[in-house]
Design a protein around this ligand. Sequence first.
Ligand SMILES: NC(=O)N[C@@H](CC(=O)O)C(=O)O
Ligand SMILES: [Zn+2]
Ligand SMILES: [Zn+2]
Length: 356
Amino acid sequence: MTSTQILTLTRPDDFHLHLRDGAAMRDALPWTARQFARAIVMPNLKPPVVRLQQALEYRERILSALPEGSDFTPLMTLYLTDDTTPAMVEEAKGSGVVHAFKLYPAGATTNSDSGVTELRRVYPALEAMQSLGMPLLIHGEVTDPEVDVFDREAVFIERHLIALRRAFPELRIVLEHITTAQAAQFVSESHERDSRGVPLQAATLTAHHLLHNRNAMFKGGMRPHYYCLPVLKRETHRQALLDVATSGDDRFFLGTDSAPHARHTKEAACGCAGCFTAANALELYCAAFEQRYALHRLDDFASRFGAAFYGLPRNSGTITLHRTRWNMPEHLPYADTDIVPLHAGEVMEWQVQTAP
Ligand SMILES: NC(=O)N[C@@H](CC(=O)O)C(=O)O
Ligand SMILES: [Zn+2]
Ligand SMILES: [Zn+2]
């Protein structure tokens, strides 16, 4: 049997992306705009994007940082805080620009100090989101320092997500960047759909969690470029993620969680969490899907299921990948310094065809 040499996908979307701001954004954004038509842009800036006005201004800054001729569309999100009111949710929905609210448990990850301290405090906002059909995106980890860092996602589901789902049965929820068999199972067992058949519970999957288990962080020494949150888990979990990603189930779709941090902030005594995957995102997903001989399932995962969940039209146009060996650069320019992309210096087996 000959293996696929060329793969053509509908132009895909990235449903979980960190673009940062300023000089960092100017260097990170073109990588995403090259591969993706749209992206759900995370609001964890400093200060966080909490109000509609901030999202509108951030959106303008993104649009003006785009390479000439790019038709990339940023899909904005707002950062849920203890002070988010139902009126703010209504205003965001009415704008047509805000596509979701993001829940960070306070202190769970990069720039999450303004996050929610107690879920009950945001129940009025969640009520409004449920009735308006505004999705809630969740960084699903408990912050309890007593809980082992490898268990924080599973414990979040037990302690918070099950009750949240019960309290808001019709809320559209995305459990972001899932890393465990427990998360895959929770979503698989959530069968609720709206009247149009759109699932009410979904999850995004990153390329790095599909490709690596926690050994990657310690191979021959500490490997800070494999450190992200939620942290990579053991191989059995990775296999469970590959199962759901390649199953053709519309509740699981692409979200890179590409989270750029300058090299010197990761190669440090207290290194930042996040993997930078925007520069070779589709190539990495191809490698993951190929492990299950499931390249034929990548189009739906990358280009169809997420758009349907968010009520967006499917993109027109295509993107083509070739099977060809090339070396991922060791580092790339980033905010007057540099950044180390995932699989830096390694041979890639697929390559996105760039415009001639
Ligand atoms: N994933 C990460 O490890 N880091 C993200 C934050 C996040 O998505 O939790 C970041 O903004 O750097
Ligand atoms: Zn997160
Ligand atoms: Zn993220």
